[in-house]
Design a protein around this ligand. Structure first.
Ligand code: CMC
Length: 430
């Protein structure tokens, strides 16, 4: 440790004391490096990782107290306003915004990989028509590794880039296939003459008998939804991808593990849960009863789309989504009762001391579901779209981890609270 290295002193129960290095990042709270603690007789205990930085990362920064989200230094508001999803993908993967040529090459490369192997269609046929699309996504994304043996050497930069492109390119195709399968329609092949978002909507809503003509407001909003979900530093699914990847697992398997982690209602499943909640509220007059339930400790009900582990102020993505909600509802000419309920619920909750004291504000999922519903996307596809958008974040983090010198398998320890050592009891004596 150098002389000017900042340290924190830890006093241990055996009167030993340890000097632990303290590091400062570009922004954010300093971190205490406890990596050498295991050489003494203790570990740290932090279930839920509330106080633990699991890695160094250059990709995304969140200041939860001030509602700031930066990707490679660029504020999310500016990216959502002035950029496109594929440009943000390039930025997350490469660290810089692309110049004209880099952008063109990247778009061409992604477009080049949008088809999935015809053999993959057989996987879909194995699922019941009413399977949740996230169940299908977990399966088919993991199955991609069976088709791309040529790019599975994770120590090879070119292979890693190729896998990243394949994943980003194929997710919309697979996502739309899930939907088409559920409604019994034929799969629609990707179109290379369309933008990323337009192509996705086309694969969702076109039929061999009918050409879907996406409204430009809807296409732009879809692209914005992709941008707003593209990355969010070390959340549960990204940490899952890193953990799975730390063992050397291939990227398709790792992304499948991320999809599984995202599925839960506390994470990516929240946008679907918000719509179910708003439908259950049914009328603004019922809002107080639902707020009462959300505050009742004996009731597991939570206000879906409210609260965030990191944002203890507004979620900057939610602000952008709220505005897009108005634009989309206007574009499709819908006067959505659910949106009215959402606005009134937000208004009442933000005046309620329970939510104010706990710093529970609407998160991105509070509005994204209303928008997707207005676009015509069924609720069970919402988390699939989250997964599609987040794939670039997962891949960027996976790539960053594999490319970090000295990377090793992640292996947390535990505080054992089970039975003390005892002798086996034969069956006839139990
Ligand atoms: N409704 C009612 N009470 C809540 C809510 C809520 N949505 N969220 C947190 N609380 C209460 C919680 O009961 C606790 O109260 P107390 O201190 O009295 O015990 C306090 O607020 C702190 O909650 P916590 O569970 O310690 O907070 P957390 O950081 O572990 O949970 C969360 C964060 C997002 C899982 C949680 O707020 C939640 O379940 N929200 C609803 C689900 C949701 O909208 N998830 C989407 C997150 S954003 C998209 C993404 O990034 O995945």
């Amino acid at each position: 440790m150098s002389d000017n290295q900042k340290t924190a002193t830890l006093s241990l129960p055996n009167n030993e004391s340890l000097q632990l290095p303290v590091y400062e990042g570009t922004y954010g709270a300093p971190v205490i490096d406890i990596g050498d603690l295991n050489k003494s007789s203790v570990f740290t205990f932090d279930p839920g990782f509330r106080s633990t930085a699991s890695c160094r990362s250059d990709i995304t920064f969140i200041d939860g107290s001030n509602g700031i989200l930066l990707h490679r230094g660029y504020p999310i508001e500016q990216l959502a306003e002035s950029s496109e999803y594929l440009e943000v993908c390039y930025l997350l993967l490469n660290g810089e915004l692309p110049n004209e040529t880099q952008k063109q090459n990247f778009y061409d490369e992604v477009t080049h990989h949008t088809l999935v192997h015809e053999q993959l269609i057989n996987f879909f046929n194995g699922f019941p028509r009413n399977a949740h699309p996230m169940a299908i996504m977990c399966g088919v994304v993991g199955a991609l590794s069976a088709f791309y043996h040529d790019t599975l050497d994770i120590q090879n930069d070119e292979h890693r880039t190729n896998s990243a492109l394949r994943l980003i390119a194929k997710m919309p195709t697979l996502a739309a296939m899930c939907y088409k399968y559920s409604v019994g329609h034929p799969f629609i092949y990707p179109r290379n003459d369309m933008s990323y978002a337009e192509n996705f909507l086309n694969m969702m809503f076109s039929l061999p008998t009918f050409d879907y003509e996406p409204n430009p407001v809807l296409t732009q909003t879809m692209d914005k939804i992709f941008i707003l979900h593209a990355d969010h530093e070390q959340n549960a699914s990204t940490s899952t991808v890193r953990l799975a990847g730390s063992s050397g697992a291939n990227p398709f398997a790792c992304i499948a593990s991320g999809i599984a982690a995202l599925w839960g209602p506390a994470h990516g499943g929240a946008n679907e849960a918000v719509i179910h909640m708003l439908e259950a509220i049914e009328h603004p007059k019922n809002i107080p009863a639902f707020l009462k339930r959300a505050k009742d400790k004996d009731d597991p009900f939570r206000l879906m789309g409210f609260g965030h582990r990191v944002y203890k102020n507004f979620d900057p993505r939610a602000k952008i989504m709220r505005k897009s909600c108005h634009d989309v509802l206007q574009a499709v000419g819908v006067n959505d009762q659910l949106f009215d309920i959402a606005l009134q619920l937000e208004d009442i909750a933000l005046k309620d001391s329970y939510f104010l004291d706990r710093k529970l504000y609407p998160n991105v999922d509070f509005y994204s579901g209303i928008i997707m519903k207005a676009i015509g996307i069924p609720t069970n596809m919402f988390s699939v779209i989250f997964a599609l958008s987040r794939t670039v974040g997962w891949v960027a983090h996976w790539n960053e981890m594999i490319g970090t010198p000295g990377q090793s398998i992640s292996r947390p320890r535990q505080l054992y609270t089970g039975a003390a050592k005892r002798d086996f009891v034969p069956l006839n004596q139990r």
